[in-house]
Design a protein around this ligand. Structure first.
Ligand code: GLT
Ligand code: MN
Ligand code: MN
Length: 404
């Protein structure tokens, strides 16, 4: 059969695209025990789902195609467990990992649930609490390393205030720095190869949390004794709550070599931390985030820090988990589609080549400075040109909407 040129075009556009969106361990999808294990408690209502045992979570996530699970110390070992109980629980969990091939690439400390941390952990006004927080974290680091974790997250949910009468914000940052420096030295002294990933959040559960954005955290890292050991764990919801463009923050962390981990989820701006299924809000934002990560060939874990709607039963939890991974893979395919789209790429090529040779923006020297000061610009032409971003964005939307 002889194809008309437009049919040929359609076939060329469609053939390179895979259609299998099934997750496999090599995609490096991970979930926190606290995410699929979320029982649906909120400030206004009781749990709606029964707690799932860590071993059941491991088995179920493995069957869905995930790579691993991440945990807080107390997601696995309850706060008041005896040493014998701890050892039994860890042994059973390790058996579940061995049976399924699931990994624990990241671990963290619960420094927010216990009432002792009501005024923060590393920034509590009570020096005993600050010392206890270090002790708890050292034990939790040991557990993480025992389970094979390579990244250790610090989310300072309680590190903040409701009233600025409570704390000196400069002193608080010094306390937080002292804690991270202490724990870096602990990791080195133990001979661990763990890296730390700090997770910013602007507020909730505290009225205001210290080091609220990726940028604040990034600047803080370079004031540490071992900045090479410490990077970022940014979360979609946390930047979106603050009305920021998440992919810009992630790009800054990536460009600085500081994207050590990522928390994927979805969020409507200006609300409480919703931790929604990845891609379920702001689809275009999710697309450009996946594009950023995939184009950079970023080697880290694609971790989902989110939970099922409170309306769901256990089946809804697994639907949520499967949907998170599937949406990521669909968006990854859309990225390949975007990158292969001739119209989009020619618009982008034209933008990149505007103004001719990029060397017309010189590096400074006495000579280049003098030359640039005296250069004549055709400002009328430069002022008159449009950038065709409406067209570019519409083409992007049509890929996302599935008609291109
Ligand atoms: C908690 C928080 C998250 C953090 C987790 C790590 S726990 O669920 O909302 O953003 O990443 O401590
Ligand atoms: Mn998070
Ligand atoms: Mn969150």
């Amino acid at each position: 059969m002889c194809l008309a040129p437009q049919d040929d075009d359609i076939i060329n556009r469609l053939t390179p695209m895979p259609t299998d969106y099934s997750p496999h361990p090599e995609h490096h999808f991970t979930f926190g025990l606290w995410t699929v294990g979320n029982v649906g408690r909120d400030p206004f209502g009781d749990p709606v789902r029964a707690a799932l045992s860590p071993t059941r979570i491991v088995q179920q996530l493995a069957s869905l195609g995930a790579y691993g699970v991440n945990l807080h110390d107390n997601d696995l070992v309850p706060r008041d467990a005896s040493a014998t109980d701890r050892d039994r629980i860890v042994r059973e969990f390790k058996n579940a990992l061995a049976d399924t091939g699931m990994k624990v690439p990241m671990a963290t400390t619960n420094l927010f649930g216990d009432p002792v941390f009501r005024d923060g952990a590393f920034t509590s006004n009570d020096a005993r609490v600050r010392a206890y927080a270090l002790q708890k974290t050292m034990h939790s680091i040991d557990l993480g390393v025992e389970l094979g974790a390579e990244t250790y997250v610090f989310w300072g949910g309680r590190e903040g205030v409701e009233t600025n009468a409570a704390k000196d914000p400069q002193e608080s940052i010094k306390w937080f720095r002292d804690a991270i420096n202490f724990l870096c030295e602990y990791v080195r002294a133990q001979g661990y190869t763990l890296k730390f990933a700090l997770e910013p959040k602007p507020n909730e559960p505290r009225g205001d949390i210290f080091l609220p954005t990726i940028g604040h955290m990034l600047a803080f890292i370079y004031t540490l004794d071992h900045p090479d050991m410490v990077g970022l764990n940014p979360e979609v919801a946390h930047d979106t709550m603050a009305g920021l463009d998440f992919s810009h923050g992630v790009a800054q962390a990536l460009e600085a070599g500081k994207l050590f981990h990522i928390d994927l989820n979805a969020q409507k701006p200006g609300r409480f931390d919703q931790d929604l299924r990845f891609g379920s809000e702001d689809l275009k934002g999710a697309f450009f985030l996946v594009k950023l990560i995939e184009d950079a060939k970023w080697p880290g874990m694609r971790h989902f820090d989110s939970h099922a709607y409170r309306t769901e039963d256990e089946q809804g939890v697994w639907d949520f988990a499967a949907g998170s991974m599937r949406t990521y893979l669909i968006l990854k395919e859309k990225v390949a589609h975007f990158n292969a789209d001739a119209d989009i790429q020619s618009l982008r090529d034209e933008l990149r080549s505007r103004g001719g040779n990029p060397h017309i923006v010189p590096k400074f020297s006495a000579l280049s400075g003098r030359e640039l000061k005296g250069r004549a610009f055709d400002l009328d032409t430069m002022r008159a040109q449009g950038y065709a971003y409406e067209r570019l964005d519409q083409l992007t939307m049509e890929i996302l909407l599935g008609v291109r």
